[in-house]
Each structure stands twice: as C-alpha cells, then as structure tokens.
Design a protein around this ligand. Structure first.
Ligand code: ATP
Ligand code: MG
Length: 1002
C-alpha cells in the first residue's frame, strides 16, 4: 500500500516539476532563464530606483528585478550574508538564488537543447544527498563565498527540499529526474525563503514583488495579462495598517481592480507567512471561476487550492503539514468551514480571510450567515486578519467598527464611465451638479417604421446598433421572460449583415451549444445566435451559461440580454450597458443595484470609455433623481430578522462550539456583531440582552438546547446551557432551524418502512424543504407523460400519505374529500423530478417532461445534492439514524454528479462540466490523472471548442486535485505509522524530533 501510494506522490511531484519546465520552455520571457540578460547590465549603469518607480517601470520586469537587488539598500539588508563590493564579479548583482541557477545553466547549457532533458539525469535511488549536483556547485569561485556558504538556512532549505524529493524518488519504481528541474524547484523555494525572511525581518522592506518571489509577478503577466499595478493598488498594498496586519476594508468603483490587491495579500499569507487563507465569494459559479484561475498559481507556487462550494469541500479540512491551503468558498460553505475549524481548535490556521462583495452582509439570510462567520472569526482568533472589499458601501464606519478595520477608498476607475438616461427619444447625461441631476445630451437619430415603433417603443434596436457588432453590449431586463423576448425582438429587426459578422465562429458555437445540451437547442437561442445575440439568466443550464459567457468574452456574441444576476461579480464587461427599465421584476431599482449594473460598462484595457443608458418612462422621471444621485444605501444586519437562519442558528452554534456557556457569554459575543453595533446606534425597542434571551428560549423550546444548573460550593448558582443531541445534529447539518423538527420526524417515520427498491424514498427525504413552497405541481402534465405511477412511486406516495387516487383526482381536477398537506404533495412532486433526473441523467428531457425550465431543474438538483449532504451530517450525530449514513453517502454522490458514473471522476475537476467531461472521456481522458498529465496543446487539438486558456486551466485544476489527494493519503499513512505518544512502555518523542520526521514516511 505504501509503495503504491508513494510512487503516486512522486508522480505528482514530477508533474509539478514538468509543468515548471514546460512553462519555462514556452514562456522564456517570463522565466528565470531571461534573468540572464540582466547580467549584461553592469550594476553601476542602473540608476537608483524608488519603490514607486519600480512599479512604473514594470514594462521591463527583469530589469526591475535586477535593479531591485542591485541598489536597494533595504533589500540588500535582507540578504544578511551577501556583501557587495564594487568591482567584484557581476554575479554579485543578482539574487543569490539566480546566481546559483545561472551557474548551473552555464554548466548545463547544452542540456537545455536536449529534447528529453527529463530523461537525461536518472538519479539512482540509493544516491545520497551529497551526490546531488545542485549541492556541489562546481564553479563555486564565481559566486561570493558568503552567498552560498555562509547562509545555513538557505542551504538547509535547499537540502530539505531535495531531500524530500529524493525520498519520494527512492520509493518510485523508475525514478527519473532532471537536474534542471530540481534547480527550478530549488530556486522557487529559495525565493520564497528570501521573501519569508523579508516579511519577518522588517515591515518596510519589500521583496522583489511585494515581498513575494518575482515569479509571482511573472505569473500575473502570464495568466492575467497584468503588467503594471495601478497607483492605488500600490498605495493600498503598502498601507501601514496592512504591514501591521490590521484588518482592512477597501472600496473602489466597479472594475477598479480590487481583486488583484486581495490576491497579492493572499499569496503573501500563503507563501511568506505559511498560513492558510479563506476567500469568501458570493456564488458557486464565481468560486469555480476563481478556482480555475488560481489553480495554476497553486501548482506553480506550491500551495493547495480547495473548493468549498455546492457539495464540494471537507469539514474539517484536511490538516496539511506541508503546503498551505487556499480555501475558496461560498458564504454558506465558509461558515461550515469556520465552524469546523473552531470545533477542532484549528481556527488559528487561518492567517487571512478575504471577503469579496462585502456589502452582501446586508442582504437577507446570506448576509446574516456572512456576518455570523466573520463575527466568529473575530471572536475566536486574534491572529486572523480580515480584508473586505466592495464597490458599493455607504455606512463604512459601522462596518469598520464591526470588523475593527481600517478603511481605504479611491474613486479610481481605469475606464471612464458615462451615465445617460433616455426618455422618449432624448438622451440626457447624468450630471450631479445640474439642478435636475441631468443635462441634455442628444436626440436619438433613428428612422422607425410604424411596425418597428410598435414592437420597439423604447428604441432598443437603435441603441444597440450604435455599438454592435464591433463592440459589446449588455441589456439588463426586469424578468427572465423579458430577456428572451427582447433578444428575439432585436434580432427580428437586425439587418442581414449582422449574420455575416464572425459567421463561421457563430456556426461552430451553435454546434457546440447543441452538443452541451444533449442535442437539444433552445429555439430562441437558435434564432438569435446567428446574429451574435443571446439571453442569459438562471433558466439556462450551467453548461449553457458557461459557454455563452465564453463566447461573449471572445466577441463571438456581441449582445447579451440578461437579468440582474449577471451584475454581481461575473466579469463580463461591455462597451455599453442598457437598463431596459428601472425595475427588477416589479421592484424599483435600488441605488446599489443600479451601480452594480452600470458598473459592467467599460472594459479595462480594451475600451477607452464605457457608457450606461437607463431607459425611463415619463411616469418614473421623478424617481430617477434619487436613483442616480443619492448616496448608496446603508447595509443593515439581518441577524435579528432572520430568526431561524440568523440569530437562533448563531446562538446554537455558540453553545455547541463552546464559544459561550450561558446568556452572559452570548451577550458578550452579540455585542461584537454587526447587529450588536447597529442595535446600539438604532436603540430599537428591545435591548440586545432581551433579543438574545428570547432567541435562547426559542432554542430551548425546540429541544435544541437545555439548561443545566451548575453547582458551586454546594450551591446551585449559574445556569449554563448545553446543546442537546438534536441540537448538535442540526448544527452539524447546518440546517435552517425552521426545519430541524420536521426533518427529524420525517426521518423517523422513514425508518418504519424505508422503501429501498429504488432511490425514490431516500430522494424524498433529502428533497430540500425550502424549495417546496415555490413548486406548483402539475399532475396532469405528469400523468399525461407517464400515464401511471411506477410501483416504487406508488409505495413512496403511500408511505408519505398521498394515495394514487388523490393524484389522479388532482390531475383531472376532481373534487377531493380530504386534502393532503400541500407541503408533502409538493415535496413528493419535486422528488419525482429528481428521481427522473437520476434515472435519465438528462436535464433537458426531464425539464421538458415536467414543463419546467432546465435551469430550475438543475438548481433543484444541486439544491438536493447540498441538502442530502446536510441530512447525512445530521444523521451522523444521531445513533438511531445509523442506517441512513451509508445510504446517504451514496445518494449525495449520485445527486452531486447526476451523470453517467464514468464521468464522475472527471467532473471532480473544477470547471469540467458534464458536456466537457463527455468529450474528454471519449477522447481517452478517463481519470483525473489522465488530465493532470495531459498536454494542453494536445487537448486543444483533440477536443472541440476548447480554448488554450481553458485547456491550461483544466490541466492545472487536475494537477491540483491530484496533488491534494496524494498528499492527503500521504499524511494519512504517516499518521497511521506514527507510534502513538502514549504507547505503554515507550518514551514520547519530543516535539522537535517530531518535526524532523515529518517529511519522511517511515
Ligand atoms: N493593474 C492592472 N492592470 C491592468 N488590468 C487590471 C489591473 N488590475 C486589474 N485589472 C483588470 O481589471 C478588470 C477588473 O478588475 P476586478 O475584477 O478586480 O474589478 P473589481 O474592482 O473587483 O470590480 P467589481 O466591483 O466589478 O467586482 C479585470 O479584468 C482585471 O484583470
Ligand atoms: Mg470584484
């Protein structure tokens, strides 16, 4: 077992090294190899460069790097043992890590040209450490003796690194290493060490790139095309408060480039401080996008990227001894993760928590969960830094008080945004200085036929044709249906020339779209895509949405009609953004929502200007002034409003996690919440104490908490609180406490006669309660398609109390004597849909059969997958439900990947959805290992409609997943083989010894 697993780990190491090699071969301009020209520049010729100049001269990265080391006395002071003497060999001018590298490349320049450098240096497994070439530079003379010999820590780190590589190698059957590869690994590790020391030694000193290895800068150029930081980004990153590790909120307009600052801070934490990082993002799709884009950083820089979204993510997370983890999580999953870390006493592992779209703290139950998560971190870990960012914050002071954070803001936007309003055929420019808030801009020139006027009273066709097809345009619509209608309507009046624009690519795209949809194609999209137009809303499947976004990003599609969901976080900018009406459904737009939508206008690096046009009717004119001119809305805590998902769930976990023991403790915690802070300023009717007390009583009534008298000195005194078994189960299942009671009853009833001839009964039990109320069963459609209930369906229906005759009567509209509880009937209907999905594994055919949107059916499926894992955790805490445990483990997997079993392993890779998994499988990539070892160039050639960027992301994500699995196994083996310290008759090893043996499996 050991052998097999060890060679597995070794492979991943090789893959890592291979990847580095590939990268340097492909991108010589970004690699260490190009450091060489820097040697030609004598140090004395460069001028002293200040930090800000370094940023400004980023165009020549290598030069900057060299100067950095050459002249900055600050930097030099960090490399304690490197002395510089004028007139010495030029090699003194480069970081010692690079000198070491160059020495070796000189030594082996011919190897660089060998096609199979990989196989040139087979190291026999018995080779001892001293024989590793890198430890014995043959041309030592060339280097400053101090730079290589008198820095023991550097030597040790190199040695350690190679030692562990060798250990892995020794276990492999056919060990093959390249000297160059080892060197590259060593150099990176060396740079990280330098950066780490920089961080520790002085807070003013910056390493090559904000205390990070210069490689990080190269990666930003390579993967994100970011060559130079904006001034504000530099200012923000060098704020004193950040250097003092204080919490920070920063706020900039949309597209201001907030993400980059957060990413640099996260890398500093992972690489220099060697702590794990949690990044909280609002939606699953955004988490997945981030995983895909940061996996390559993880693979190249040596940290884990772990997905906590949907049904993915492990509680508690695997404890890593080596590389640190970047957890990228949705709000709900972040909460689960933090709870599990607190429970295990590991919360201090989190060095940094980053919250994107911080204003979401004021939005409904998700806002309450975000608040709870942050409040718990603040209360339980004094060493975890919190960074929040947003484009739409108003009451910052309250948020600052809550997060104990400093604040940074700037109005910077890389591309100017011009705001317009359209009333009838006049366009006005928003101008806060003007009396009305806007000034006349122009009259819309358009010749509309009578027919067109009738069909398009808002002149949408005229407005979009001013920009498309050469520029992109987004049209926000109030409803999903309206998106489809508007897309269709616009295409009816578009000139035939639009069909010719990128015709071949659109044709290919349509084929691809049909492919991802199992051969089906939405008739609206079929009509609009040839014009470069599509709609985008939650009725689409994830696959469809993903490839539509891709086609829009690359300009194949030039116009998307969309709902407000597109505004939040997804990076799909446009030259022009049109708001079809100032409404979302029937609600007048809020200032924040308006700001987020118009913020999509203006692409950094592509457009020179962005414009937004809000279409208004005369009747709404008076409301608009507020919309465009008033300050952003404050965000308010929802902790108190959301009883079962908010305050009660918080109090239950405070007792359950032993953060508080009684009302006093709870009150102390509550004072520090955002709710507590706002409560103070709002001085509502009830005090915080009373509110907490009431919530506690609710929990006691529900049987989730119980009072326990504590005896002190023989007297009953303080009354502590204790979590009950049901409370613990609800906590573990992260249930909405409104449903814990009914779930318990349903599961209990299920035990009396569990129908196991199909999955249906189990599915029924894991159908999410919160989706039940929106469901409108149409039994007529159901029966007309399926004719009758299958025997499994009959049995389950009977057990939950719905008879077949009830269903037939419902379908035919007959009167029913005894109505059944609507919640049960709806839930049963939803479980029939899920059951059909598991059988057919085809969202399209099922949504057609049930006459529901494919997007809804897919959302139901992912909701059921998440809830099923919640029910599983619930059952794990209650002995009487032991039988469900094995069954639900299997069911959760089935619901999570409702596809043919063969595709499941491929879909574990972030960003690989069903259609892509099918393509890959058919092309022979059947496992994660196949993907991790794939050559992106070959993938592009063999897989249709796969861009180079996607191919690289798939390979990086697969490598990341494989590494993670390998390391988890490795650590498990080490734990198994480590003698327990309390083994009778043995002396417990000291903690120092323990550390030393960590890298070496026994
Ligand atoms: N220094 C830079 N140089 C060039 N492009 C940059 C730079 N910083 C960020 N960008 C790019 O600008 C775009 C917008 O950045 P980002 O997504 O971070 O904006 P944001 O501030 O988070 O906006 P939002 O509030 O809309 O989420 C991205 O495409 C990003 O790659
Ligand atoms: Mg952002």
């Amino acid at each position: 077992m050991c052998d097999g697993y060890d060679s597995f780990a070794e492979n991943s190491f090789l893959a890592h090294v291979d990847d580095l090699e590939q990268k340097y071969m492909q991108f010589p301009e970004c690699g260490i190899i190009t450091a060489q020209p820097a040697f030609d520049k004598p140090c004395s010729k460069s001028t002293e460069t200040s930090e800000s100049e370094i940023i400004a001269t980023d165009g020549n990265l290598t030069e900057v790097r060299t100067r950095d080391y050459c002249h900055s006395p600050k930097t030099l002071s960090l490399q304690e043992n490197v002395t510089i003497e004028p007139g010495d060999d030029l090699l003194y001018d480069v970081p010692c890590s690079q000198a070491l590298y160059l020495e070796k490349t000189e030594d082996s320049t011919s190897d660089l040209n060998k096609p199979s450098a990989k196989e040139s240096y087979p190291l026999p497994s018995h080779q001892n450490l001293n024989e590793i070439p890198v430890e014995q530079p043959q041309e030592k003379k060339k280097l400053s003796p101090k730079s290589t010999e008198s820095d023991p820590s550097r030597r040790r780190s190199l040695k350690d690194r190679l030692k562990s590589a060798m250990t892995g190698n020794a276990k492999a059957q056919t060990p093959k290493f390249s000297k160059r590869k080892q060197l590259k690994e060593a150099i990176l590790s060396e740079e990280i060490n330098v950066a780490k020391r920089t961080m520790e030694s002085s807070s003013d000193d910056l390493g090559p790139f904000y205390s990070l290895p210069s490689k990080v800068r190269d990666l930003f150029v390579q993967y994100k095309g970011i060559k130079k930081l904006y001034d504000w980004q530099h200012t923000c990153l060098t704020l004193t408060c950040l250097q003092q590790r204080k919490n920070l909120i920063y706020s900039l307009p949309t597209s201001g480039g907030k993400t980059l600052v957060a990413e640099i801070l996260m890398l500093q934490e992972l690489l220099c401080r060697q702590k794990s990082v949690l990044m909280i993002l609002p939606y699953v799709a955004i988490v997945q996008e981030k995983i895909s884009s940061l996996s390559s950083f993880g693979v190249e820089l040596g940290f884990h990227v772990e997905e906590y979204a949907g049904s993915k993510g492990r509680f508690p997370p695997i404890k890593r001894r080596g590389k640190k983890s970047l957890y990228i999580a949705t709000i709900e999953k972040a909460h689960g993760l933090v709870n599990s870390l607190i429970e295990d006493g590991r919360i201090n592992e989190l060095g940094l928590v980053v919250v994107d779209e911080l204003h979401m703290i004021g939005e409904g139950s998700r806002g309450a969960i975000l608040e709870i998560t942050l409040a718990k971190i603040l209360y339980t870990s004094k060493t975890t830094q919190i960074i929040g960012m947003s484009a739409t914050l108003n009451n910052v002071e309250e948020l600052q008080e809550f997060l104990k954070a400093d604040y940074y803001t700037s109005k910077f936007r890389p591309v100017e945004l011009k705001e317009y309003l359209k009333i009838n055929d006049t366009i006005y420019e928003v101008d806060i200085k003007a009396e009305k808030g806007y000034t006349f801009s122009r009259l819309l020139k358009c010749k509309y036929s009578d027919n067109l006027k009738k069909m398009d009273p808002d002149h949408l066709v005229a407005l979009v044709t001013e920009v498309i097809p050469n520029y992109s345009c987004l049209v926000f619509c109030p409803t999903k249906k309206n998106c489809e209608n508007v897309a269709d309507m616009i295409c009816k009046f578009l000139n035939k020339d639009y069909l010719k624009h990128r015709e071949k690519e659109k044709c290919d795209f349509l084929k691809n779209l049909k492919n991802v949809s199992n051969g089906s194609l939405c008739p609206v999209l079929k009509r609009t895509i040839p014009f470069g137009v599509a709609y985008h809303h939650s009725g689409l499947t994830n696959d469809e949405r993903k490839i539509l976004e891709e086609a829009y990003s690359t300009g194949v599609l030039c116009l998307l009609t969309c709902t407000s969901t597109l505004a939040a976080g997804v990076n799909l900018p446009a030259r022009r953004v049109i708001l079809r009406a100032p409404y979302i459904a029937t609600q007048f737009l809020k200032r924040n929502q308006y700001q987020q939508m118009i913020g999509r206008a203006g692409r950094a690096g592509i457009d020179t200007v962005g414009e937004s046009i809000l279409i208004l009717q005369e009747k709404d004119k008076h409301l608009v002034l507020d919309l465009v001119n008033s300050p952003l809305e404050n965000c308010y805590s929802h902790l108190g409003q959301e009883i079962t998902k908010g305050i009660q769930s918080l109090l239950l976990s405070l007792i359950g996690l032993k953060i508080a023991r009684n009302l006093e403790g709870i009150y102390d915690f509550m004072c520090g919440t955002f709710f507590g802070i706002q409560q103070k300023s709002l001085s509502e009717e009830k005090s915080l104490w009373e509110i907490s007390q009431k919530a506690l009583e609710g929990l006691i009534e529900k049987g989730l908490l119980q009072r326990q008298s504590v005896c002190k000195n023989g007297e009953e005194s303080q009354c502590d609180l204790q979590i009950t078994k049901l409370g613990k189960a609800s906590l573990k299942g992260t249930l909405d406490l409104a449903y814990c009671d009914i779930l318990y009853k349903d599961l209990k009833k299920g035990l009396e006669g569990l129908v196991l001839e199909s999955y249906l009964h189990l599915i029924y039990l894991t159908t999410p309660y919160d989706m039940v109320s929106q469901c409108r069963p149409d039994w007529m459609i159901y029966l007309s398609r399926f004719n009758y209930l299958s025997s499994a369906e009959q049995k389950v229906a009977a057990i939950v109390g719905v008879s077949e005759s009830f269903i037939t009567k419902k379908a035919s509209g007959q009167a029913i004597k005894k109505e059944v509880d609507k919640n049960i009937v709806n839930r049963l209907y939803l479980s029939f849909i899920l059951y059909a999905l598991l059988k057919e594994t085809n969202v399209w055919s099922v949504s057609e059969k049930f006459n529901m949107s494919r997007g809804y059916v897919q959302a139901l499926l992912s909701g059921a997958a998440s809830f099923s894992s919640c029910v599983l955790h619930f059952c794990e805490e209650l002995e009487e439900f032991w039988v469900y445990r094995a069954l639900l483990t299997e069911l959760t997997k089935k619901l999570s990947y409702c596809v043919k079993a063969d595709l499941v392993p491929l879909m574990e890779v972030t960003g690989v959805l069903e259609s892509r998994a099918k393509q890959l499988y058919d092309a022979g990539y059947k496992t994660v290992a196949h993907l991790a070892n794939a050559d992106p160039e070959v993938l592009i050639r063999t897989i249709d409609h796969l861009s180079r960027r996607q191919a690289k992301q798939i390979v990086s994500s697969a490598k990341m997943l494989l590494n993670e699995k390998a390391e988890a196994l490795q650590e498990e083996v080490e734990d198994l083989l480590r003698p327990p310290p309390d083994t009778p008759g043995t002396v417990a090893p000291s903690s120092k010894n323990d550390e030393l043996t960590q890298d070496v499996p026994h």
